[in-house]
Design a binder for this molecule. Structure first.
Ligand code: SAM
Ligand code: SF4
Length: 329
């Protein structure tokens, strides 16, 4: 099992399939100038499947989420999903995507064994979408969402980051729209993980503000306590339920004590936390012919060293060198 010294067990594996992306969200990447990982540094499809298999078979991982960068840009994605769906015990398989290109791939992903998707959508307005992502792909995301629903990649969840002065006035509109379409909305507080290190706490839209904005139009009641488990989102029932809305308050109400995640980057590094400043290199070991037992031991050691918390509010907080797009969000 993947345990740490605080008694937590990691059962949820996030696998980054690429650091590249076809959008340039302002809270994630600069417009240009980001250095991509070179092809030889990336794990091959076979190497990824081997490490996921090890995690599932020998290390107690039960859920695998593919992310990036933009995971739909990975040519071998459908094959990777299919191979992971054949593992025993069969892990839950999900994907976090910006939705561009999902209209083309949703059916094949479902057939390969993908269970669910989280699609990032920050606005209902095409111009605001361009301001936030620097690309004109809003309709592609809406088409991707509809295709995911039609393919049965459900429940379709939507991730939204609110940026002050850009889309923060849309909180209630987004919730109304998601309720209409049957999508589950979760707001994420903006975190200091952008490549350009431009995060400013005073500019961040807090969970409290998000809830205030939602309350102007909706009646929200906290989901019964205990329902959250290790899930990072705190959830509220909308108008008494069953529909709900989530807020991931990674900065103002961190959930580190219940964290059950472990991360594999596209270049084969294990990270025990999004905010870890160190990594454990599995790729070199893998390519030097390490046996599964050795790789498993390296992975266990990596998780054993996990800190109690991300420490964003600590005076000595250091933003990790790698941005979210390279770690795997
Ligand atoms: N490209 C895919 C996407 O956008 O869904 C997957 C990778 S992206 C890094 C994963 C999630 O992280 C997205 O929902 C995105 O909105 C979120 N994200 C990116 N940068 C963030 C930041 N600085 N703070 C909070 N969330 C962020
Ligand atoms: Fe790309 Fe996702 Fe980052 Fe936006 S948040 S730039 S879609 S990786």
């Amino acid at each position: 099992m993947l345990l740490d010294t605080f008694g937590r067990q990691a059962v949820d594996l996030r696998v980054s399939l690429t650091d590249r992306c076809n959008l340039r969200c302002t809270y994630c990447m600069p417009e240009e100038g980001l250095q991509w990982l070179a092809k030889p540094e990336l794990l091959t499809d076979e190497e990824i499947v081997r490490l996921v298999a090890l995690a599932v078979r020998d290390l107690g991982v039960r859920e695998v989420r593919f992310t990036g960068g933009e995971p739909l840009l990975r040519p071998g994605l459908v094959g990777i999903v299919a191979a992971c769906a054949e593992l025993a015990p069969r892990p839950e398989l999900s994907l976090t995507t910006n939705g561009v290109g999902l209209a083309r791939t949703a059916t094949a992903l479902k057939a390969a064994g993908l269970d669910r998707v989280n699609v990032s959508l920050d606005t209902l307005d095409p111009d605001t979408f361009h301001a936030l992502t620097r690309r004109h792909r809003h309709q592609d995301v809406l088409d991707g969402l509809a295709a995911a629903e039609a393919a049965g990649l459900t429940p379709v969840k939507i991730n939204t980051v609110l940026m002050r002065g850009t889309n923060d006035h849309e909180a209630a509109d987004l919730l109304g729209w998601c309720l209409e379409h049957g999508y589950e909305l979760r707001f994420i507080e903006q975190m200091p993980l952008d490549a350009q290190h431009g995060w400013d706490r005073s500019q961040m839209v807090t969970a409290e503000e998000i809830l205030e904005r939602l309350h102007t139009r909706f009646s929200l009641t906290p989901e019964p306590s205990g329902a959250r488990g290790a899930a990072p989102a705190e959830r509220w029932l909308v108008e008494g339920g069953p529909a709900s809305v989530g807020v991931i308050a990674s900065v103002t109400r961190p959930f580190c004590r219940a964290c059950d995640r472990t991360r594999l980057t596209a270049d084969g590094q294990i990270r025990n936390c999004l905010f870890a400043t160190g990594e454990t290199d599995l790729r070199t070991a893998l390519r030097s012919g390490a046996a599964d037992a050795e790789l498993a031991e390296l992975w266990r050691q990596a998780m054993w060293g996990k800190k109690a918390g991300a420490g964003i509010d600590d005076a000595d907080f250091l933003q990790p060198e790698r941005p979210m797009s390279a770690i795997g969000g």
